[in-house]
Design a protein around this ligand. Structure first.
Ligand code: NAD
Ligand code: IPM
Ligand code: MN
Length: 358
């Protein structure tokens, strides 16, 4: 039976990077004699413009009927004036809720060939390999009540978690840590927030089920600093929705660019795959976008949804080889760029496909 991938490329650079990732997946499936069925639907700003809603019903149904969903990015300046519940981003949040995946895995790693491109010192980033496990369906993103009361000039959002929501995402983090560096750093703001106190106590309970994995707690403000000072100290970093959003973008500094980082959301009905970056309106339509985060996201589709671990590793190796040979998109070049071959989005995708099976 064919593997059914629903592609929701979205806005800005979303379609540009998604095209490269999907072409890589098509090549991988065809080389392994497996069948891939790709269909495309609208989400985000393009959904608002065409269908009057950021998550058209047709897209939602297709997503629920697929084996995996690949999302490019949503949003853009054109829709910035809209209230949160009708913006392009609301379409993505509705999709996440409907698919039900609560554990968003965001690997942040230093690739040796790229370490020199990080604004951080080589000896600090070299060898860093962090896996963020970001809770994706709770916290401020989904808590009620939420409102901007224009009459009174007040606005509020609610940070809410239940014990069960924390237990299930913590188990994912510990299970993954048991298979890698055996350490979980749980990040919260337990010195101020009740929600964080529940988080900390619950994570400690779950830790007792995993005696081989070490647990440490860290407050989010100091964690933001420590991640940049000593990224190699961290293995699995477990945190709630908003803290995970912020810290994972910060960790893009370790790789040299936000355009490098993939993500996979697991635990629900259908897994959702997205590079962590946004629609990058400042570079959209110019061929400047780095497609490697999207291509590495494709590798996660192979690993977590298609049962094709060997092929996932091949894609990751192809990305490394491409970098080793000095190929770069402009976001990865610092200084005068001497010694690098600077490629457009499409050229970079083509280069990775050439490296695959070469
Ligand atoms: P962004 O991630 O779009 O861009 C931040 C900076 O990183 C920009 O300078 C951009 O040019 C650069 N960048 C991002 N991806 C890149 C890539 N692949 N290659 C090269 N450079 C890249 O964040 P933003 O500007 O804060 O947000 C723009 C829009 O994207 C907003 O509407 C936001 O809500 C949305 N957004 C969507 C998603 C998603 O759909 N998953 C994620 C984040 C942000
Ligand atoms: C991300 C994005 C989204 C988030 C937005 C666009 C809803 O920033 O995937 O990191 O905050 O989760
Ligand atoms: Mn984000």
């Amino acid at each position: 039976m064919a593997f059914r991938l629903l592609v929701t490329a979205g806005d800005g650079i979303g379609p540009e990077v998604t095209r490269e990732a999907v072409t890589v997946l098509q090549q991988v499936f065809s080389r392994s004699g497996k069948s891939l069925e790709v269909s495309e639907k609208r989400i985000g700003g393009i959904g608002i413009d065409t269908d009057g809603t950021p998550l058209p019903q047709e897209t939602l149904e297709a997503a629920l009927g697929s084996d995996a969903v690949f999302l490019g990015a949503v949003g853009g300046t054109k829709w910035n004036g809209l209230p949160p519940n009708t913006r392009p981003e609301a379409g993505l949040l509705q999709l996440r809720a409907a698919l039900g995946g609560f554990a968003n895995l965001r690997p942040a790693f230093s690739i040796a060939e790229l370490a020199a491109n990080s604004p951080l010192k080589l000896e600090i980033v070299a060898g860093a390999d962090i896996l963020f496990v970001r809770e994706l369906l709770g916290g401020l993103y989904f808590g009620a009540p939420r409102e901007w009361n224009r009459g009174t000039g007040e606005a509020w959002n609610t940070m809410r978690y239940t014990r069960e929501e924390i237990v299930r995402v913590a188990r994912v983090a510990f299970e993954l840590a048991a298979k890698r560096g055996k350490k979980v750093t749980s990040v919260d703001k337990a010195n101020v927030l009740e929600v964080s106190q529940l988080w900390r106590a619950t994570v400690a309970e779950v830790a007792a089920e995993f005696p081989d994995v070490t647990l440490e707690h860290q407050l989010v403000d100091s964690m933001a600093m420590l991640l940049m000072m000593s990224p190699r100290n961290y293995d699995v970093v477990l945190t709630e929705n908003l803290f995970g959003d912020i810290l994972s973008d910060e960790s893009a500094v370790i790789t040299g660019s936000l355009g490098m980082l993939p993500s996979a959301t697991i635990g629900g009905k259908v897994n959702l795959y997205e590079p962590i970056h946004g629609s990058a309106p400042d570079i959209a339509g110019k061929g400047l976008a780095n497609p490697l985060g999207a291509i590495l996201t494709g590798a996660l589709v192979l690993r977590h949804s298609a049962d094709m671990e060997a092929e996932a590793a091949e894609v990751e190796t192809a990305v490394r080889k491409t970098l080793e040979m000095g190929f770069r998109t402009p976001d990865l070049v610092r200084g005068d760029g001497a010694g690098f071959k600077v490629l457009s989005t499409t050229e970079m995708g083509t280069k990775v496909r050439e490296m695959l099976h070469s």
